[in-house]
Ligand binder design. Structure first.
Ligand SMILES: [Fe+2]
Ligand SMILES: [Fe+2]
Length: 192
């Protein structure tokens, strides 16, 4: 294999045989992926548009959520979490809260991460009774320091965000905020 080819792809077929040069190449590519993360997040948000059983699309739901968060004076990071709290629907419907939270985790506070991760359970307060589930299941976290924040998130920026009469701001309004958050240095995920 020539040196030029080696610059394009690694030499190994199993990671145990990789050299430092191989991994420099791999991580240069990973950096490109990190640098374009916000582009993919914006694409995933656009995929939330379209028909839904609600009176508004899933995209309009999260736009409404972000708009209400901004109107309540939330900071940029919290607004972006409101915008992205249901993005897990696109790639992991069965556990959408955890998927969205995992996407955000390297870029946001422990509190914002926890709120997004648990919002599905906390939102159940409003509808679990219809499925013979316990609406107060969230109360297992009653003593958790972020319990109140998650209750407020669902009450003020989620369960009420299905209103076609509410004038939310368009996706373009939030794009600079999305780019600001994903331009942050991601936290060391191996240190958790
Ligand atoms: Fe949700
Ligand atoms: Fe939601």
């Amino acid at each position: 294999m020539s040196t030029e080819q080696h610059l394009d792809t690694v030499a190994f077929t199993a990671m145990e045989h990789g050299t430092k040069d191989d991994y420099v190449l791999v991580f240069a590519h990973e950096q490109e992926q990190l640098d374009t993360q916000a582009d993919r997040v914006m694409d995933w948000l656009r995929q939330m548009d379209g028909a839904s059983p609600y009176k508004i699309s899933r995209l309009d739901h999260v736009l409404q959520s972000a708009t209400r968060a901004e109107a309540d004076g939330a900071d940029t990071e919290t607004i972006v979490c409101a915008l992205l709290h249901d993005i897990g629907d696109i790639i992991g419907t069965a556990n959408h809260s955890q998927v969205g939270a995992a996407l955000l985790r390297p870029y946001v506070s422990a509190e914002n991460y926890w709120v997004v991760e648990h919002h599905g359970l906390f939102q159940g307060y409003y509808y679990f009774a219809h499925y013979d589930m316990d609406p107060n299941a969230r109360d297992r976290y009653k003593d958790h320091p972020y319990y109140d924040a998650c209750v407020r998130f669902c009450a003020d920026w989620d369960q009420n965000c299905f209103d076609p009469a509410y004038a939310h701001k368009p996706l373009e309004h939030w794009e600079p905020m999305v780019r600001e958050i994903f331009a942050r240095n991601p936290a060391d995920v191996f240190g958790w």
